[in-house]
Design a binder for this molecule. Structure first.
Ligand code: 7RM
Length: 632
């Protein structure tokens, strides 16, 4: 494994001091651990006002050469991926680094054969099969920009993302397995593509063997395309700052934005953070349960572990199929030693009962990780006691799609940990807490808005097609800082505790949705006039979605209307964003200028009816009483 590796608390502290005193020297040392086709001439140029951030300027590389080729001599036969299918009766598949290299090259050649060129965007809409990782790396191999869309998103969401990026090709599958269900995938793509003129080719992986419509001239079976090409594909040299991928993420306003990451900095930071946070050794088996459709699956499946030459498990299924012991069974089956999952999964498996854990030994586990949302103390202790058997450190990793990699976390077994605290910034990361007025808070035992005062290599570079939106969203609230949108506390010793979003973003089971995005989907339902969505505390999901809906006519069949609203959200975004609670109201609490008073709606959803605050500025204060009485 790599040398840019912190192994003791003293080294952590020294690295942190070094990174602040001499950031360029610090990162140059770490970046020298990779294969560059051409060395960089300047480590960093930055201006947060633009924003204009560039790392390793003038350098050239191909990230897949670092993920694959450089391991062949020493680790060619080492397993890169252990694929565990949805159905425990289906055989798992092991893919060595050499095989992965060959498959990526072959896929890259298939893309080329289908006219995909450097700089083109390729949408990937695939379930958790090895072809998903292969496709991602194949794009990177030839310099095509991948845009992975999570398979739970609807045709409309997929179409929006394809159109925004003007993707020229789509890689997908006939269908997918998910627990005891078989679901269509290609059909969703077909529906999306009715709205997308940029897509010229669709490559279809066969997974469930369903009959699908193949559009002549546009659609081809992947296995047939792969037969027509060879397994040799030179890696395209990329400039450090060339875009590597786009990943769409929700914010507080408008449609999801395409967060853009670039080749050099992302490569350096994902490997660096992977090896330092999880502290893998050569024989460890890493398992990240995220879907590759989210940033966690990009940074800590497709890239971080492959860059580090680690063996990882990729799991197609869900935690509760065939029963809620599935995760623990897979850990025993494959000897997983580093396990990285989300608090929502921990809470749901905790709720399923300890009887599902007891049959498994879990003795292979060495390190546990958490990501996506704050982990409550109860879940933290359960994870530590019943899964880690009290002997595995837990790394609570705080980061975002926009940060590209973990920024705040304990380093496993090196820095200390505290329940519900992401704790310590990684060396090279400079978090600050600001007051609402934008003043840095120097003291400890405080709460504020979490910002970064200095760039790190995997900071987002832009939002696809709209640089000003990037500036406005992240760099304009507080001049000279990257604003995360999260509130945080700092304890007496300096550990960070993330509280949650301070904007109109809801985090449901670790997935981000903008309230505006859900509202516009709800408003598509026939008979809906307007709606307002807020989050509320949910035992399993962290936050649930509470929708207040105004209808044209009084609702005489509420069940039917709720069903139609849920269908509208499923069609506009996907089932993952469906409201948990829907309350029909005659009006929304608005100020005289027409602004919805979300504070009031949040309080009602949280059932804090006694503390609604001042309602006298409302256009129609009576509506508040109605909303309180009608709470669901
Ligand atoms: C990696 C990821 C980002 C948002 C972020 C936070 C929340 C993520 C933690 C967390 C508390 C954590 N990217 N968040 N990790 N909150 N503790 N360890 O989830 O772009 O999808 O979401 O998730 O609010 O801003 S993301």
């Amino acid at each position: 494994m790599s040398e840019a590796r912190i192994r003791t608390l003293a080294e952590y502290e020294a690295a942190r001091a070094h990174s602040i005193a001499d950031p360029e020297g610090f990162w140059a040392e770490i970046a020298s651990d990779f294969q560059w086709r051409k060395p960089w001439t300047k480590v960093l140029a930055w201006d947060f006002d633009g924003p204009d951030v560039k790392w390793f300027l003038g350098g050239q590389l191909n990230i897949t050469e670092n993920c694959l080729d450089r391991h062949l001599a020493e680790r060619g036969d080492k397993t890169a991926i252990i694929w565990e299918p949805n159905d425990p009766k289906e055989a798992s598949v092991r893919i060595s680094f050499r095989e992965l290299h060959e498959r990526v090259c072959r896929m890259a050649n298939a893309l080329k054969r289908n006219s995909v060129q450097k700089g083109d965007r390729v949408a990937i809409y695939l379930p958790m099969v090895p072809e998903l990782l292969v496709s991602v790396l194949a794009c990177a191999r030839i310099g095509a920009v991948h845009s992975v869309v999570f398979c739970g998103f609807s045709a409309q969401s997929l179409a929006d993302r394809i159109n925004d990026a003007q993707a020229v090709a789509v890689i997908t599958s006939d269908g997918m397995f998910r627990g005891n269900k078989e679901m269509p995938v290609k059909r969703v793509v077909d529906e999306a593509l009715e709205q997308c003129s940029s897509v010229k080719r669709v490559l279809v992986h066969e997974r469930v063997r369903w009959a699908v419509d193949m559009k002549p001239g546009r659609d081809a079976w992947l296995h047939e395309e792969l037969k027509l090409v060879d397994g040799d594909c030179p890696a395209e040299p990329m400039d450090s700052e060339d875009p590597l991928f786009i990943l769409y993420t929700s914010g507080s306003t408008g449609k999801p934005k395409g967060v853009v990451h670039s080749c050099g900095g992302y490569m350096v930071y994902t490997q660096y953070s992977f090896i330092n946070v999880f502290q893998p050794e050569e024989n460890d088996i890493f398992w990240c349960t995220a879907d590759v459709g989210w940033i966690t699956g990009h940074s800590y499946m497709a890239y971080g572990p492959t860059l580090a030459g680690a063996t990882q498990v990729m799991f197609e299924g869900i935690p509760t199929y065939p029963d809620p012991g599935r995760f623990w069974q897979v850990i025993d089956k494959h000897g997983v030693s580093i396990f990285y999952t989300a608090p929502t999964a921990i809470r749901s498996l905790m709720a399923a009962g300890i009887d599902h854990v007891l049959p498994y030994s879990l003795h292979s586990l060495r390190v546990l990780g958490s990501v996506g949302e704050p982990i409550n103390e109860e879940a933290w202790h359960w994870y530590r006691t019943h899964i880690g058997k009290g002997r595995c450190p837990i790394v609570d990793t705080w980061w975002q799609t926009e940060t590209g990699g973990i920024l705040i976390s304990s380093l496993a077994g090196i820095t200390d940990e505290k329940p519900s605290h992401a704790a310590w910034p990684l060396p090279g990361v400079q978090p600050v807490l600001l007051t609402a007025e934008g003043k840095e808070i120097a003291e400890n035992e405080v709460e504020g808005l979490l910002c970064m005062k200095f760039p790190w290599p995997s900071i987002l570079r832009t939002t696809w097609g709209d640089h000003d939106r990037c500036r406005q969203t992240y760099f304009s609230s507080y001049k000279g800082y990257y604003f995360t949108g999260d509130g945080a506390k700092r304890d007496a010793e300096g550990r960070y505790r993330i509280i949650g979003r301070v904007d109109d973003v809801i985090n449901v089971s670790g997935h981000r949705f903008g309230t505006a995005e859900i509202e516009s989907a709800i408003n598509m339902a026939k008979g809906v006039v307007e709606s307002a969505v807020v989050g509320f505390p949910h035992d399993i999901k962290g936050q649930g979605i509470y929708a207040y809906v105004v209808t044209e006519k009084p609702v005489d069949d509420p069940e039917d209307m709720r069903g139609r609203i849920i269908e509208a959200v499923a069609a506009g975004i996907g089932r993952i964003a469906k409201p948990d609670k829907i309350q029909f109201v005659s009006g929304l609490p608005k100020t005289r200028s027409g602004k919805i008073m979300r504070r009031i709606l949040r309080k009602v959803a949280e059932n804090e009816l006694g503390s609604l605050g001042d309602t006298s500025t409302l256009l129609d204060p009576a509506v508040v009483e109605e909303i309180k009485d009608g709470r669901v």
